[in-house]
Write a protein that binds this ligand. Structure first.
Ligand code: MRU
Length: 376
């Protein structure tokens, strides 16, 4: 098996390093979910956090696709970065098989990566960019160096975008307050630093965030396991709440902003994000709480006219019927498990991107954001 971890080798314990282990995160974003090291892709297995931190090694693109499907790596930008490195591995294998025919052969692997999860548009976005990089390679040269450079650029640009969005989003928070977030839109869900958690990190450093409420985010518990973990690591005060407690928390007057990430933003500003985001937006509007979506422009799908066109992933009903391998629902019960929902643009006060903030997003305002950037 080309994935050198499962079953026998538990991988490297995260943070323990070791002379041949992959480097881990640094600075303000100590968690590194994705590392290219020693000719292979290393992914922090997010299914096991926070109890165990293991980096798993991948040297085959089909295994990377499976890791995305199984949520070893998750979060829209992180999936895109992992897929970009997956494309490097695919090209390496196809080139080794045939230096003349690798370009045609690699397409099936790219399609396989693209199909691993449907909702996060960053996956298709990153693979399109890798396709353009493949198109730019001339002759029978080894494609790996230039494709690796493109994957590394996608990786680095996402961190830079998150830093910029952190500044822009933090500037919208006028005075010290409490905020609420959902799922995990942090360093783990991105190339580093985070989108929603990037804003929270920056605003907390500026003294504008006193406390964060994190929804636990059933059934995968990204809020409980991952967001709480990142915030504790960063020294940012966090209280976990049951997902059903969010509206009541707003009712107490304790929340000024809801700050979330996105998996896909339609051209009209509708936002697909983790299931439960839509109900947070409805509750926020009812209680006069502001609603901020933080997403790089790689998450905006201009081909997608509205949220109605966004494919929503339905996952295995067992994820709801059981918990950690133990059945919690009675035999005979069924489950419906959509893992994303769509928040209509009219419920969003600010869409923060690395190219600027779109207040009360509409189709026209989003188009203007892209037009302004083209003119620069
Ligand atoms: O199912 P997941 O864990 O991949 O869902 C992730 C989310 O919904 C995040 O909020 C979204 O990808 C934004 S990540 C910066």
């Amino acid at each position: 098996m080309s994935r050198d971890d499962i079953g026998t080798d538990p991988g490297f314990q995260f943070g323990s390093g070791g002379p041949s282990g992959p480097p881990t995160g640094t600075g303000e974003s100590p968690v590194a979910a994705i590392v290219w090291h020693d000719g292979a892709l290393w992914l922090l297995d997010q299914r096991e956090l926070p109890r165990t931190s293991v980096m798993r090694r991948y040297s085959d693109s089909a295994d990377v696709a499976q890791a995305i499907r199984d949520m070893v790596v998750r979060g829209a930008p992180a999936i895109g970065v992992a897929a970009a490195y997956g494309a490097v591995l695919a090209a390496r294998r196809c080139y080794e098989e045939s230096a003349a025919a690798w370009r045609a052969a690699v397409e099936a692997d790219l399609d396989h990566l693209a199909a691993s999860r449907p909702t996060a548009v960053n996956l298709g976005w990153a693979l399109d960019r890798m396709r353009r990089a493949i198109g730019a390679i001339v002759g029978d040269d080894d494609p790996e160096p230039s494709l690796l450079a493109t994957a590394r650029a996608i990786h680095a640009e996402d961190i830079a975008a998150n830093r910029r969005m952190g500044e822009l989003g933090a500037a919208l928070i006028e005075s010290r307050c409490e905020v609420l977030t959902h799922c995990n839109a942090g360093a783990l869900a991105t190339a580093g630093y985070g989108t929603a958690l990037g804003v929270i990190r920056a605003a907390h450093s500026a003294g504008r965030i006193a406390h964060v409420f994190a929804g636990e985010t059933r059934p995968w518990l990204q809020g409980a396991r991952l967001t709480a973990y990142e915030l504790v690591e960063a020294g940012i005060p966090v209280s976990l709440i049951a997902d059903g407690a969010a509206t009541w928390t707003m009712r107490q007057g304790r929340v000024r902003w809801v700050i979330v990430g996105a998996d896909r933003v339609a051209a009209n500003g509708d936002v697909a994000n983790k299931i439960g985001t839509y109900s947070l937006a409805v509750s926020a509007r009812h209680h006069g709480v502001r609603f901020m979506v933080v997403a790089p422009t790689s998450t905006i799908d201009r081909e997608c006219a509205s949220g109605a066109e966004i494919p929503i992933e339905n996952r295995d009903s067992e994820e709801l019927l059981s918990h950690q391998g133990t059945r919690v629902a009675p035999d005979g019960a069924r489950a419906w498990n959509p893992v994303f929902d769509v928040t209509p643009a009219e419920l969003i006060d600010a869409l923060v991107t690395e190219r600027g903030v779109v207040e009360a997003p509409t189709r026209e305002r989003i188009a203007l954001l892209f037009d302004r950037c083209r003119q620069r």
